[in-house]
Design a protein around this ligand. Sequence first.
Ligand code: FAD
Length: 286
Amino acid sequence: MINYDYILVGGGASGLMMAYRMSKDSFFDNKKILIIDKEKKTANDRTWCFWEKNEGEWDDVLAKTWQKIQFKSEIHSLEGSILPYQYKMIRSEKFYHKIWNQLANKTNITFVEEAVLSIHQEENSARVVTSSATFHSKVVINSIVFSDESKKQTKFPVLQQHFVGFFIKTLEDSFNNESATFMDFKIPQKGNTRFMYILPYSENEALFEYTLFSENLLPISEYETEIENYLREKNITNFTITEKEKGSIPMTCYHFWKNNSENIIHIGTAGGWSKASTGFTFKNTT
Ligand SMILES: Cc1cc2nc3c(=O)[nH]c(=O)nc-3n(C[C@H](O)[C@H](O)[C@H](O)COP(=O)(O)OP(=O)(O)OC[C@H]3O[C@@H](n4cnc5c(N)ncnc54)[C@H](O)[C@@H]3O)c2cc1C
């Protein structure tokens, strides 16, 4: 039997943030902690934005902040200051590096790069099964969404916030990087809620994300065509796509916490920390 005091199943935003906090608290210095993830996260696979007043814990890894935001629709458009809040953006690579650098100093924290197949509540402990081993702990903190249980139930509606984004770079200065466009609804709605989310992070660089609130995902080509159409309409033609990102975030009031048991706690999206109305999760994790 391989035993740990704590096992963090999933080393993404919430698992790593949990490990980071544990590494900073001397209570855990003599505790054996295991993090398991199918891949060690180090790259830019996510752009996390969140609202925050004043200074915050993640300010040293911010890529950009905005104090003004815009909404646009056929009947009304507005741009306004959000002070005393700021809209803060993190590119995940810096976040992951900050955390892995901190964890590198802790000999009591181990990382195993393996797929987790299942977790089980046992009598007075929990068991974690990976592709090549079984681990046991009194406290398993899980951030992997294993089942689509939330979609199978009918009590709470479940929408997805799903999107594809292009990071583009233009030859000439093209953007007002002091203002983020939260929702531009001036695009064909096609029977559900669709908008463009635009984060200009310099005068010639911006993230354009075609976003829907709906039940079913689209073929990737459909999101991409809509971004291309939008850019063409805005006369943004001379650009290169430097990166792409995609995501799907559950928007539901389903009680994810009901899956917690005596020795297994669910955190992050798996714990229901994605806000049902917006999909924002990062701030709920901090
Ligand atoms: C592209 C994108 C952009 C987002 N932008 C924002 C934003 O701007 N603001 C915001 O608040 N929220 C945002 N979100 C939502 C949310 O903040 C993120 O999804 C966040 O990463 C959730 O953290 P988490 O720990 O729950 O999940 P994750 O960060 O996804 O971590 C889960 C981890 O589990 C691992 N894993 C999964 N299955 C297995 C398995 N079987 N075995 C082993 N490991 C496994 C994965 O590799 C991953 O590292 C975004 C999501 C995406 C996808």
